[in-house]
Design a binder for this molecule. Structure first.
Ligand code: ATP
Ligand code: MG
Length: 231
């Protein structure tokens, strides 16, 4: 087995809103190796996004240990967490989350703006990422001048522009039709072939079938974890 980039030990998450407590995750034990392509499934409320937020260092577990690429996450300060997150993880969301008044190219450039890379190098990296998703021709378009699938491709380019080891995607095809979803899965498979570790949440069997491992959550617990041969 390849070395683990993600290692969760007895992870639990309890949300407390006044009197009401929700056990969103209980006793999650999970290892994901470098280069895996994992789909996380489960019905609404089963804890998928909660798990994704912990994996992405956007939220902290209530119990248990999380090692990300060899670093114990819980002990870190907030800004250190942000640093690790931007270095190691690329995020993709259902609703694309592009900046509206900003061109495709500038959206892709965004993760590099806070680094010490020169403007011309940033431009170059962003152009390369855009061409990777087949959108060089749309570099100067604003998000509302692009189709949903094209917007998601821009978001993918943005997620990979600083070459993170891990891609986390929460329902990346949730707003797309079948044909467009398939195009997006082709890009994910290419990225995985190039060695990216991908963890993707989806409701759809069809989408999960592109992954190499399928994990099912129910009521905050892993009830199934099986290898999959991509169709
Ligand atoms: N901030 C919060 N405060 C309180 N409870 C929360 C919070 N976020 C999520 N929950 C609860 O935790 C449980 C898991 O939620 P989560 O968003 O992880 O589910 P999910 O599997 O992503 O669902 P969906 O498929 O609908 O996106 C749910 O019962 C939800 O109501
Ligand atoms: Mg969710």
């Amino acid at each position: 087995m390849t070395p683990s980039v993600i290692k969760l030990k007895n992870i639990g998450k309890t949300y407390s809103n006044g009197k009401v407590q929700v056990e969103a995750l209980r006793e999650i034990n999970l290892e994901i190796g470098q280069g895996e392509f994992v789909a996380i499934m489960g019905s609404s409320g089963s804890g998928k996004s909660t798990l994704m937020n912990i994996l992405g260092c956007l939220d902290t577990q209530s119990r248990g240990n999380y090692m990300l690429d060899g670093t114990e996450i819980i002990e870190l300060e907030t800004d250190k967490k942000a640093e690790i997150r931007s270095a190691k993880i690329g995020f993709i969301f259902q609703s694309f989350n592009l900046l509206p008044r900003t061109t495709a190219l500038e959206n892709v450039e965004l993760p590099l703006v806070y680094s010490n890379i020169s403007r011309s190098k940033r431009r170059k990296s962003a152009s390369t990422a855009l061409s990777l998703v087949g959108l060089s021709q749309r570099a100067d378009h604003l998000p509302n001048q692009l189709s949903g699938g094209q917007q998601q491709r821009v978001a993918i380019a943005r997620a990979v522009v600083n070459d993170p080891r891990i891609i986390l995607a929460d329902e990346p095809t949730g707003n797309l039709d079948t044909a467009t979803s398939y195009e997006i899965m082709k890009i994910f498979r290419n990225l995985n072939d190039q060695g990216k570790t991908i963890v993707m949440i989806t409701h759809e069997e069809d989408i999960a079938s592109h992954s190499k491992r399928i994990i099912n959550l129910k009521d905050g617990e892993i009830i199934e974890d099986r290898p999959n041969i991509p169709a």
